[in-house]
Design a protein around this ligand. Sequence first.
Ligand code: FAD
Length: 295
Amino acid sequence: MKIIDILNKRNMSLSFEVFPPKKESTFESVVEATEEIAATRPAFMSVTYGAGGGTSKYTMEIARNIKDKYGVPTLAHLTCVSSSKATVHQRIQEMKELGIENVMALRGDLTPELMESDPSNWDYKHAVELVRELKENGDFCIGAACYPEVHPDSINQQDDLLHIKEKVDAGADFLTTQMVFDNNLFFNFMYKIREIGVTVPIIPGIMPITNANQVARAIKLSGSFMPQRFKSIVDYFGNDPSAMKQAGIAYATDQIIDLYANGITNVHVYSMNKPDVAKAITDNLYNILGKDFNR
Ligand code: FAD
C-alpha cells in the first residue's frame, strides 16, 4: 500500500521508525522489536538506512518482513551521498523485486571523509537527485526530509525551504520532519512551507525521550531545540529511570494530542526499536481518542 493513500485518508494515526542492527548478532533482537512494534498496528513503519548506528545491509530485509510477515505498510529509507550510482540502482532493483513501494529519499549526512573529498567526484550531492532517479526508475511513493528548525548546512531558512520545494517538484509525495520537541516550531514551519506553495502532506516527527542519556545524543544528532518545560522534566526525573520513561512517554503523548487537536492527522514517532514505548503511546492515544484512532 502506498503511504500517500494512507495520508490522504486523513485519519488520526501514528507511524513508527525502526533502525537495522549494527551487526549480525543483534539482527534477531531487532526483528523481535520490529514484530512487537508492528503488533500495535501503526499506519506504517519506516526502516532507516545506515542511520542510528544500524547498517544499510538489512534495511530492505526488515522492510520486506514488516510488509509481508506482519501486514503493516512499510517505508524503506535510502541515502545517496556516500553511494555510487551503481549501488543506488542496485537498491532500486532490490526494492522492486521485494515489492517495496514506499521510499524515503535522503541525502545522508556528510561524513568527515566525504567532507575532505572533492564533491565533483560524488555521484550525488543532494536528495533531490535521488528523488528524480526514483521517479524515473519505478512507480514508488516517495518521501523526503524537511527541517522545521532549518537544516544545519543551510545558509538560511528561505534557501532551505526552496530546496525542500525542489524535492516536491521533483516528485516527493510527502515530507517527514526532523524531530521537534516544541510543536510551535512545527506550526511556524507549516505556515512558511505552505506559503511557498508546497501542498503535499507533512508528517511531524516526534522523538520520545525516555532516558536522560538520550537527551544529549538527540540534540547532537538533530540540533533540535529542547524547551525549558522538557529540560525541567529531565532535571527532575532524569535520575529515576522508571519515572523518566513514563514522563518521556507522557510528554510525547501530549505533543501528539496537541498536533491532532490542531488538524494534523499523521504523526511519525522515532520509536528507536522500543516496542514498550510504541505500545504505551498507542495505548494512551486509544484511551483518549477511542474509535477515531488508527482506523
Ligand atoms: P538534502 O535535501 O540534500 O538537503 C541537505 C542540505 O542541502 C540542506 O541544507 C538543503 O537546504 C541543501 N540543499 C538541498 N538541495 C540543494 C541543492 N540543489 N543545491 C544546494 N543546496 C541544496 N540519515 C541517514 O543516514 N539514514 C536515514 O535513514 C535517515 N533518515 C532520516 C529521516 C528523516 C525524516 C530525516 C529528517 C532525516 C533522516 N536522515 C537519515 C538524516 C539526513 O540524511 C540528514 O539530515 C542529511 O544531512 C540531509 O538529508 P536530506 O535528505 O534532507 O538532504
